[in-house]
Design a binder for this molecule. Sequence first.
Ligand SMILES: NC(=O)c1ccc[n+]([C@@H]2O[C@H](COP(=O)([O-])OP(=O)(O)OC[C@H]3O[C@@H](n4cnc5c(N)ncnc54)[C@H](OP(=O)(O)O)[C@@H]3O)[C@@H](O)[C@H]2O)c1
Length: 251
Amino acid sequence: MKIGIIGTGAIGGTIAKKMAAAGHSVKVNSSGDIDKLNARAEELGVVAATLTDVVKDVDVIILSVPTVAIPTLPKDLLANVPENVIVVDTSNYYPFRDADIEEIKDGKVESVWVSEQLGRPVIKAFNNLLAETLVNGGKESGAKDRIAMAVAGDDIEAKKVISDLINDAGYDAVDSGDLSESWKHQPGTPAYCTELTAEELKQALCDGVKEEAPSLRDKTIVDLSSLPSYPSHSDVVEYNRGLFQKNPKSV
Ligand SMILES: NC(=O)c1ccc[n+]([C@@H]2O[C@H](COP(=O)([O-])OP(=O)(O)OC[C@H]3O[C@@H](n4cnc5c(N)ncnc54)[C@H](OP(=O)(O)O)[C@@H]3O)[C@@H](O)[C@H]2O)c1
């Protein structure tokens, strides 16, 4: 497939590298200057593109920028992008980083808000695994204990396409429902960054409580940042799992 990715950080960059390794044609853009972008694209083994070109002549566009950056994208960025091109949002809203977005703070589902900003449907995917999990946690299809990723959206066919890309990246895909249900894998839920198998993730998606998620999200940041040294990756995963009485890993 032809894939355009905006954002070449921990998540966008890793997706770019994995999609290129799986044989897809990948171009990328980020907010940095062109020399920095060229160097990053070379490092990832993909092609650097302008913001205008990164969304042209592609099958899938992946937005992997902080939530707060979404409204700063040009308003007409997707105006000429055909309807059948799938737009994926990887973002997670963190007030400490993204500043106040009142509608999300008032309970609007994050990717519903993103979709409204862009003026077109999005699929939410690649958001419920830590960057390090995305880099190192992939396994062959069918492998024991393969980690799963949630994919939400209103278009079933589009979700199948993105599920295939998730499989190419090394993860099982679990359909988490329509976009309004994507809160089930936002920060502060049992499905978020807990490295579950497909069966475990299906259960975790049922166990989250929408109203409790924002306070658990904020508690996570306070707890982890107050530790004397930054916790290891496995400590973060264990912390996330331990937030819930019913640890999904033991389901
Ligand atoms: N890190 C994680 O573990 C994780 C896991 C799942 C989902 N996510 C979510 O995925 C998104 C990306 O996360 P990340 O960790 O990859 O972030 P990151 O490492 O900070 O990278 C963000 C990327 O977005 C680019 N960017 C920022 N503003 C932009 C703009 N206005 N236009 C174009 N590009 C812009 C940055 O460009 P420059 O390179 O030029 O600065 C950078 O390439 C976030 O919403 C995050 O919450 C993160």
